[in-house]
Design a protein around this ligand. Structure first.
Ligand SMILES: [Zn+2]
Length: 419
């Protein structure tokens, strides 16, 4: 009887070790990367690079065989300084009531507000209105998706020669998102995202925003390698560790879900494989510059440390800090050969209620590999409790969710065991 119990216990321990996902380790890394030390892992205050240095140490601690730094440069618009705005004298909160379009210049002054008549829109009438003296040097305020449907007119409003307005206020979601950090140029006029309620009926705004355009700014990818029994091909894990960084001096985007979650997941996978000699070489690519439009992964795909055609399968993990029981994924054409296996494992083990495969898109670091014919899958847990915080200041440690880590870990390690 005792022997039988012991045997069950031993089997249970063996089963744990087969998987060895490490939730405490994972949480520690998410917490660290979301902390103020890394300033939202952006480009304005060196936060991304500081996070890269931390990751190099973490990979070494995990016991990998090699850690390589791969530098590259980007041009990027940032907002490291003043970030203030008042609407009819009422102070607005940066990152909550307003944020900046990624390619906006800085702006300082007091401006009348011209509200676009979206119910009875007439572009000619709008341009005639803007030529009136009372609208001189105004900010044109309009709902973003409306401007998107009338792109031509609003493109004119954005250019210095197209219209006399000083800039634009785009109303959008609440809390406001700092949508992207893709500012590889700076446009003529300031463009400010605002929540509808903070500018409704407002007659004038005062703004003081500083931008800084960084040219040839240095970032780096961190590449960790665990040697397998065979070197003729390899498995690759990718996750970006950069995020949106700062919006002015005080506001930072911690990015606990996007993508401290994926970053931490692949470090724990590296630790796992470092302790269990894998059948093939394993590479763990922590990319920077993703939130600046996939710059790190594009650079790597053009300068890979092993030829891309030796990749058996690539797993890109971006935003798994959530709890939707249905797991979203995208798969490259060449990756479809393995997709049936993912589905079979998932059904057998019940890790997720289902996998939901969407259209391949240039929305994360798998994309540069997918278009270069690498078999790959992108795993992102969408539309759980953390998802509404995407690209807001609330994607932080306080709102971090951990449910998807273990099933994702098990799904990919099972896959490698059977592929
Ligand atoms: Zn991301």
């Amino acid at each position: 009887m005792i022997m039988k119990k012991l045997l069950i216990l031993l089997l249970a321990i063996a089963a744990i070790q087969v998987h060895a996902q490490d939730l405490p380790h994972y949480k520690r890394i998410v917490k660290e990367l979301s902390s103020a030390k890394y300033q939202g892992r952006g480009y304005a205050r060196g936060g991304a690079n500081k996070a890269g240095e931390y990751l190099e140490k973490e990979y070494r601690k995990a016991g990998v065989d090699a850690v390589i730094r791969q530098p590259f440069t980007i041009d990027i618009n940032t907002f490291p300084g003043r970030m203030e705005m008042w609407a009819d004298g009422k102070k607005l909160k940066a990152g909550v009531d307003f944020s900046m379009r990624e390619y906006s210049p800085g702006v300082k002054g007091e401006f009348p507000v011209y509200h676009v008549d979206t119910l009875d829109f007439d572009a000619d009438r709008m341009f005639a209105d803007l030529a009136r003296p009372e609208n001189e040097n105004c900010l044109v305020c309009c709902e973003f998706w409306f401007t998107y449907r009338h792109r031509e007119a609003f493109a004119r409003l954005q250019s210095r020669d197209g219209a006399p307005n000083a800039g634009l206020l785009y109303t959008w979601t609440s809390p406001i998102k700092f949508y992207k950090a893709y500012g590889h140029r700076v446009v003529d006029k300031p463009i400010i995202w605002v929540t509808p309620e903070s500018v409704e009926g407002v007659r004038s705004v005062r703004v003081n925003v500083e931008n800084e355009f960084l040219e040839g700014y240095g970032l780096f990818n961190v590449i960790a390698k665990v040697e397998g029994e065979r070197h003729d091909s390899c498995y690759v894990f990718t996750a970006h560790y950069d995020h949106l960084g700062n919006l002015g001096r005080r506001v930072r985007y911690a990015g606990a879900n996007d993508n401290a979650s994926g970053t931490a997941a692949i470090v724990t996978l590296a630790a796992y494989y470092a302790g269990h000699r894998p059948p093939y070489d394993m590479y763990f690519l922590s990319f920077s510059g993703e939130d600046a439009n996939l710059r790190g992964s594009e650079f790597y795909a053009d300068h890979p440390v092993v030829p891309l055609d030796r990749i058996r399968y690539l797993f890109n993990i971006d935003m798994i800090g959530d709890n939707n029981p249905v797991q979203y994924c995208e798969v490259s054409d060449e990756g479809m050969r393995g997709y049936a296996l993912f589905e079979r494992i998932n059904v057998d083990k019940g890790y997720f209620k289902a996998l939901d495969r969407g259209e391949l898109a240039a929305n994360s670091d798998h994309y540069p590999f997918a278009v270069r014919h690498v078999p790959c899958i992108f795993l992102e847990n969408q539309e759980g409790d953390a998802f509404p915080y995407y690209h807001t200041i609330y994607d932080d440690w306080k709102h971090a969710v951990f449910d998807s880590y273990e099933p994702v870990f098990r799904l990919v390690t099972d896959f490698i065991g059977q592929y």
